[in-house]
Design a protein around this ligand. Structure first.
Ligand SMILES: Cc1cc2nc3c(=O)[nH]c(=O)nc-3n(C[C@H](O)[C@H](O)[C@H](O)COP(=O)(O)OP(=O)(O)OC[C@H]3O[C@@H](n4cnc5c(N)ncnc54)[C@H](O)[C@@H]3O)c2cc1C
Length: 260
């Protein structure tokens, strides 16, 4: 089974800071880490490789520092890593991000399964996985909490829905997004950490992807006009007295405001 795991480098959650002038996320000089939800995607990819054989490729679009996320994925057991980095990729919304990843998948060529986290801790939209599947024209299932079975034609998964779950068989190639219920990610061994530093990464730019126009800000359908904190909610009013008095007060206040 050839598996591709998509991972994103995000600001470490305690270090998220907003530029007061521009209202955008300050990424420079900020401690960063692999998106925590992507660790479950990496782990599931490695477990499937151990179960069915094959390879796991880690794929990330981001600034050159995103190499750190890919080295971490290699140290955990991925076989190859591809970094998509180019100034032309900057400012991408989820449409452009998923498009760029889809170009890389087409360049990778043959694959059976793509695994994404179900969301990131910074953008937090949960759109990139489904968007990527749409660009590639393959089926996808989100919120997968367990892979029950698989063969060379399909996989059977459990997908969380509200307070229950669905069991779904999906033909390969397909994409799934996984939740943290799916596994407990392993820690990289010291040996693999050292080896991963020497493993060559593939670095691809927009030229390598061979397409024009739909990358980064140019390829984005949306623009962030303003980022702001919502105004604080005014404090509530406490009604005193016995329940009867409180109800009477409440009714007269609602009438005053023409809500009754
Ligand atoms: C309207 C809008 C405008 C934006 N403008 C900007 C901007 O100007 N500058 C900017 O830096 N950001 C911008 N962003 C954020 C940017 O869109 C996201 O960083 C990016 O599209 C990923 O979306 P997300 O973080 O919500 O991922 P999700 O959809 O929450 O991520 C789900 C999964 O997709 C995969 N994934 C997500 N991103 C990547 C990636 N880069 N590489 C590999 N796998 C990935 C991971 O498996 C992840 O777990 C904008 C977002 C929106 C909604």
């Amino acid at each position: 089974m050839k598996i591709v795991v998509c991972i994103k480098l995000v600001p470490a959650i305690t270090d998220v800071k907003i530029d007061p002038e521009t209202g955008t996320l300050i990424r420079e000089g900020v401690e960063s880490e692999v998106n925590p939800f992507d660790l479950y995607a990496i782990e599931e990819g490695i477990r499937l490789k151990e179960r069915y054989g094959g390879t796991v490729v880690a794929l990330s679009m981001g600034p050159p520092q995103a190499e750190r996320a890919l080295r971490d994925a290699l140290a955990r057991g991925c076989d190859d890593a591809v970094l998509l980095t180019d100034r032309r990729f900057a400012g991408a919304d989820t449409l452009a991000t998923s498009y760029t990843l889809s170009c890389a998948l087409r360049k990778i060529g043959q694959y059976d399964l793509i695994i994404c986290g179900h969301k990131t801790t910074d953008g937090d939209t949960g759109q990139v996985g489904p968007g990527l599947a749409e660009w590639l024209g393959i089926p996808h299932v989100s919120y997968v909490r367990r892979i029950i079975d698989g063969n060379d034609r399909s996989i059977v998964v459990e997908r969380s829905i509200d307070s229950s779950y669905e069991e779904i068989e999906i033909p390969l190639p397909c994409l799934i997004t996984v939740t943290k219920e799916i596994n407990v990610p392993r820690l990289p061994s010291l040996r693999r950490k050292i080896e991963s530093r020497r493993t060559p990464l593939q670095t691809w730019t927009s030229t390598d992807l061979g397409k024009e126009g739909r990358f980064g800000l140019d390829g984005s359908a949306t623009r962030v006009i303003k980022v702001f904190d919502p105004p604080p909610r005014p404090g509530g009013e406490r009604l005193d007295g016995d329940p009867q008095t409180q109800v009477q007060q409440l009714i007269s206040k609602l009438k005053e405001r023409r809500l009754l």
